[in-house]
Design a protein around this ligand. Structure first.
Ligand code: ATP
Length: 464
């Protein structure tokens, strides 16, 4: 099958089906939709490279769809079809970013040629992008597979990723990912799986601390009918279900001691026995484990088996907490702001330098997850187009921070300047708000800013 995914959106199913039939024969990967809603659902799910779009659709003009699609999927190439192909329409469509235009009635050959032209363009674009992204962290393809973007600028996170990609290459080596809650252990584990030769097989995340202890063995290894009171049917366990794929054991340190020995045997021998059976079943799984605990301490306390530890940590990847890599705060912040705006269909708000500084100084006990939650909260509650420090109340922060008199003098001018600077800072240099806070008019504030030669810091745009 040709790699290129093509979506045909036309209200006449006769046309979509006919095109699908012919284009599939030419080895394109074809999807069809007869309404805009169906079309958007396919775009979201399949992320095609090319959209063949009818100009006239019931309920929504094709040009409006073109505009909306280009906003949401800027890299999608669009070939417009129309039975009303007047020049005006062609020009408008091209202006709005359509890459080609075909008039009804058309020959299949016309469409095929248009797709091939577009395909060449896409190929050129992806080469350019690859060149641009040489410094990027994870390829778009891999991000697509893990369904999440992986972001960061710090040398620490780049090293983590480099190790993950190395571990991925091997396909069989067991990996232990360590780090505090919310540092990205699961996302790294997904990168290891989906970057590996096992990528087409299952990635099975299991959190054993969420399973009642009595069921753990049968959940992992399965059971035969009648093995225990509730075993009415035979059942496969995680090892069999994840066969040829990856078993992701989250919170491995919480695994009960008794089960650890059984897990060790399964990993060492690549065979399991279902509960209630003596038959050995061969299994082939890669184990990626994760923990936020210090397993060596647990070994000393006899809560974790050292032999299992050696089996699961052939490669150990430690993700440092966010507070130790403040360079990642800005790229993550920008990423979450854009991502959440897209999901909530809102415009992307700006970010002020003071907000970035505030967050870079914060200790983030909940790490990247906490940052994401903060952004989501701020974007729901904030009422300005720019996110301000006060939209991000931090744990342990005195939210009613007042400007303090710091220099101990009684000189009125100096105190006046200090108060103005504090008010400006507190309001993210919004002069109207600062004036209100100071109880003076905006003009009076402007005069004083000039008098004291106070520097005004502008907001950071997302696209610089
Ligand atoms: N570098 C990153 N780039 C983008 N998103 C990230 C990054 N690191 C973490 N995240 C996001 O932060 C959230 C938490 O990540 P994840 O679930 O992988 O952390 P975890 O360490 O497995 O957490 P826990 O220990 O609580 O299970 C997710 O929404 C994830 O997508």
């Amino acid at each position: 099958m040709n790699e290129l995914k093509v979506l045909i959106l036309d209200d006449e199913s006769r046309i979509t089906e006919k095109l699908k039939y012919h284009l599939e024969k030419r080895k394109f990967n074809v999807f069809t939709a007869n309404t805009p809603n169906e079309g958007f659902a396919v775009l979201e799910k399949e992320r095609p490279g090319v959209l063949i779009l009818d100009v006239m659709l019931p309920g929504m003009n094709g040009l409006d769809i073109l505009k909306k699609v280009k906003q949401e999927y800027p890299n999608l190439e669009i070939i417009m079809i129309s039975g009303y192909g007047d020049m005006d329409m062609v020009i408008q469509a091209m202006r709005q970013g359509a890459s080609d235009f075909i008039r009804k009635p058309f020959q299949i050959m016309d469409i095929q040629l248009a797709i091939e032209r577009t395909e060449k363009f896409l190929l050129m674009q992806s080469k350019l992008e690859a060149a641009e992204n040489r410094g990027a962290l994870v390829s778009k393809e891999l991000e697509g597979m893990i369904e999440k973007d992986f972001v960061g600028d710090s040398p620490q996170i780049k090293k983590v990723l480099q190790m993950a990609l190395k571990a991925a290459e091997d396909g069989d080596v067991n990996v232990l990912v360590t780090g505090e809650n919310g540092t990205g252990k699961e996302i790294i584990s997904r990168i290891i799986h989906f970057g590996s030769p096992r990528k087409k097989q299952v990635f099975a995340p299991v959190n054993s601390s969420a399973i009642p202890e009595t069921l753990l063995e049968s959940e992992f290894f399965g059971h035969v009918k009648g093995a225990f009171t509730d075993a009415r049917d035979e059942k496969k366990g995680y090892f069999e279900l994840a066969n040829k794929g990856t078993l992701f054991l989250d919170e491995i340190a919480d695994m009960p001691y008794a089960l650890q020995a059984k897990l060790l045997r399964a990993i060492e021998e690549n065979r399991i026995k279902r509960v209630g059976s003596n038959k050995e079943i061969p299994v082939d799984v890669r184990i990626i484990s994760a923990t936020n605990k210090n397993i060596e301490e647990l070994i000393d306390e006899k809560q974790f088996r050292i032999d299992l530890f050696h089996r699961i940590n052939t490669i150990e990847i430690n993700i440092p907490p966010l507070r130790e890599r403040p360079e990642d705060v800005l790229p993550l912040l920008k990423h979450f702001v854009k991502d959440i705006a897209k999901r909530k269909r809102k415009s992307v708000p700006g970010i002020t330098p003071a907000l970035v500084t505030k967050l870079q100084r914060y200790h983030f006990p909940g790490n990247v997850r906490e940052l994401r939650n903060m952004v989501e909260r701020a974007m729901i509650l904030a009422d300005s187009d720019t996110l301000q420090p006060e939209d991000f109340p931090l744990r342990g922060e005195d939210t009613a921070a007042k400007p303090a008199l710091t220099n101990g003098t009684l000189n009125i001018d100096e105190h006046e300047q200090q108060l103005i600077e504090a008010a400006l800072k507190q309001t993210e240099f919004n002069q109207t708000k600062a004036a209100t806070l100071l109880g003076i008019s905006r003009d009076a504030l402007k005069r004083k800013i000039k008098k004291f030669n106070i520097e005004i810091v502008k907001g950071i745009g997302l696209d610089e």
